[in-house]
Design a binder for this molecule. Structure first.
Ligand code: NAD
Length: 468
């Protein structure tokens, strides 16, 4: 029997089947959620389509309600943050930050305008470019920031006049279901529907005839399936996919100063961030001191159950990902890499992996070439900057990257050569609600956030009036 309910047409739906959710700190099932059936998904889609007729009409009403969504998350129910920690693994303080961040995102997005542009207004006629909503949006999210990444979709989609069916990851469905429960009090029935279930529910959504847009965040492999499923119906897509972000350290930096920033750019959320630093290129002359500094940081960070106040890094979210990180680190060892710190699981229960710094490694080894999405960071020496840039770019990924240097203009010049959606200088993970975020190459299609993200939930209509 489910402990949480889906939200369909403004109503609480227990669902006819349920499925367990595992706490990654214990490796044990701690709650049951509905396992959405095809007919329950149909009901959600139909409810969203009905609600669209009214919801799409009045932006001022939508803006006001989106403000109320933000307010509801300012004082979330007891237990929302705790549940986020239990299902995702992150420290409780970080779970609270994610909830606050979601509120900030909603409130910022509520303040945006959707401008109509008049591009001709004279005796011959008036031409106006308008932005219309698309219809029902199918929103599909991953397990690393379940609430935040849901809000990146909900807020702009709703402000633009669309309605939504949201499906969270099967690993972290509960807080999205709770969000649906909370927002039943705020939004009209059918405007936001939340369903839970396995990957197959995502497949049903992307091939369902109702949605006109799929907003997807997840892996490249699934993103390609989503694009293929959307094609026969020419559904619009935004794909926010994986990354293999490189950080390039220039020779003029003080390693002691940048090492902590690079460490947290890589290990925040136990490395489970699409745009976390996933490989670091360091000048040969600085290599050993950088390894040592990063190694010390990794050794001293407190890993544990996110519900313990002292915890700085939680477990990896799920068994599959835990096994993947283990496999990549074992493969690096086989290729002669030097494990500076960490290198194996921590403890005997749950999916804890020691924060791991890997040296003596280069391009061509899986830990460097693939997205590890976990707490294991390869550090790679380089001889000249052009070569480091070339290696940073020789990947199908292109989400973000960073360059670290004493002279920010020189560093920005190098950062501009990176083939990626966000090129940061002397920082990483500088993500904000007003800045477009998206990937080049296989890291995605389209952007989220800011006006650019909002316009992705609209379609242009040219209203062209002849006068005479
Ligand atoms: P995933 O692709 O396995 O799953 C993401 C979502 O897609 C889940 O809800 C899943 O149930 C659903 N899904 C699975 N198969 C589907 C199908 N055939 N059709 C439709 N939906 C389907 O990804 P994940 O393991 O949950 O998340 C980790 C990945 O997400 C990493 O690669 C990470 O880099 C990426 N990510 C990207 C961003 C970004 O903004 N670019 C943000 C966070 C995570």
């Amino acid at each position: 029997m489910s402990d949480y309910t889906m939200t369909i047409d403004g109503k609480s739906v227990k669902g006819s089947k349920s499925v367990g959710v595992i706490n990654p700190a214990t490796g044990k099932v701690f709650a049951q959620v509905p396992d959405c059936t095809k007919s329950e998904l149909d009901q959600a889609m139909e409810a969203a389509q009905r609600a669209y007729r009214t919801w799409s009409k009045d932006i001022n009403a939508r803006r006001k309600l989106l403000g109320e969504v933000a307010a509801a998350l300012q004082s979330p129910p007891e237990g929302l943050a705790r549940t986020l920690t239990q299902e995702q693994g992150k420290p409780l303080a970080k779970a609270q930050q994610e909830i606050m961040g979601s509120s900030i995102w909603a409130s910022y997005t509520a303040s945006l305008e959707i401008p109509n542009e008049v591009i001709q207004d004279n005796a011959a006629g008036k031409v106006e470019i308008r932005r219309k909503p698309l219809g029902v949006v199918a929103a599909i999210t991953p397990w690393n920031y379940p609430l935040m990444l849901a809000m990146w979709k909900i807020a702009p989609a709703l402000l633009a006049g669309n309605t939504i069916v949201l499906k969270p990851s099967p690993y972290t469905p509960i807080t999205s279901l709770m969000l649906g429960e909370i927002l039943r009090e705020v939004l009209p029935p059918g405007v936001l529907n939340v369903v839970s279930g396995g990957d197959e529910v995502g497949g049903w959504m992307t091939s369902h005839p109702v949605p006109r847009k799929i907003s997807f965040t997840g892996s490249v492999a699934t993103g390609k399936k989503v694009a293929a499923a959307a094609a026969p119906d020419l559904k619009r897509i935004t794909l926010e996919l994986g990354g293999n972000d490189a950080a390039i350290v220039l020779a003029d930096v003080n390693p002691a100063e940048v090492a902590p920033k690079i460490f947290w750019g890589a290990f925040e959320n136990s490395g489970q961030i699409c745009s976390a630093i996933k490989r670091v290129y360091v000048p040969e002359a600085m290599y050993s001191s950088m390894l040592e500094k990063l190694g010390e940081l990794a050794k001293n960070v407190k890993v544990g159950n996110g519900l313990d106040a002292a915890t700085e890094l939680g477990p990896i979210n799920n068994k599959m990902q835990f096994e993947r990180v283990t496999e990549l680190v074992e493969d690096a060892k086989k290729h002669g890499a030097k494990i500076v710190t960490g290198g194996s699981r921590q403890g005997t229960e749950g999916y804890f992996f020691q924060p791991t710094i890997v040296g003596g490694i280069s391009d061509g080894v899986r830990l460097v070439d693939e997205e590890q999405f976990g707490p294991a960071l390869p550090i790679i020496p380089y001889k000249d900057v052009d070569d480091a840039v070339r290696r940073a770019n020789s990947t199908t990924y292109g989400l973000s990257g960073s360059v670290w240097g004493k002279d920010p203009d020189r560093a920005a010049e190098v950062a501009g050569q990176l083939e990626c959606g966000s090129a940061w200088v002397n920082q990483h993970l500088a993500i904000a609600p007003n800045l477009p975020f998206g990937g080049a190459k296989w890291s995605g299609i389209g952007v989220e956030n800011g006006t650019w993200g909002l316009l992705g939930f609209t379609e242009i209509q040219v209203v062209n009036v002849a006068r005479n």
